[in-house]
Design a protein around this ligand. Structure first.
Ligand SMILES: [Zn+2]
Length: 86
């Protein structure tokens, strides 16, 4: 791993963010990859953006229960989830 430096843009580590930890990633110029010092995740810009989108998506659906999925496990339908009623 080459010298640690921040990338052109700051990206949050998607692996840490899914555990509710907000970590900035570092950029490895040699491999054109972003990596996280905390958890060891690394990926290219496309991966980081895609996974961060998924992580945000999880929070957007926080109050909903998914009732059906397609074959890629993306939700097709959902309903409002009220924990107090369970
Ligand atoms: Zn991380």
């Amino acid at each position: 791993m080459s010298q640690s430096k921040k990338g052109r843009l700051n990206y949050r580590c998607p692996a840490c963010f899914m555990r509710e930890i907000d970590m900035d990633m570092f950029y490895d110029e040699e491999h054109d990859e972003y990596y996280c010092l905390r958890c060891g995740y690394k990926g290219d810009e496309k991966d980081v953006l895609r996974l961060n989108e998924q992580a945000r998506y999880r929070y957007k659906m926080l109050n909903r229960r998914v009732t059906s999925f397609n074959e890629d496990n993306e939700p097709l339908s959902s309903e409002v989830f009220d924990a107090k009623k369970e």
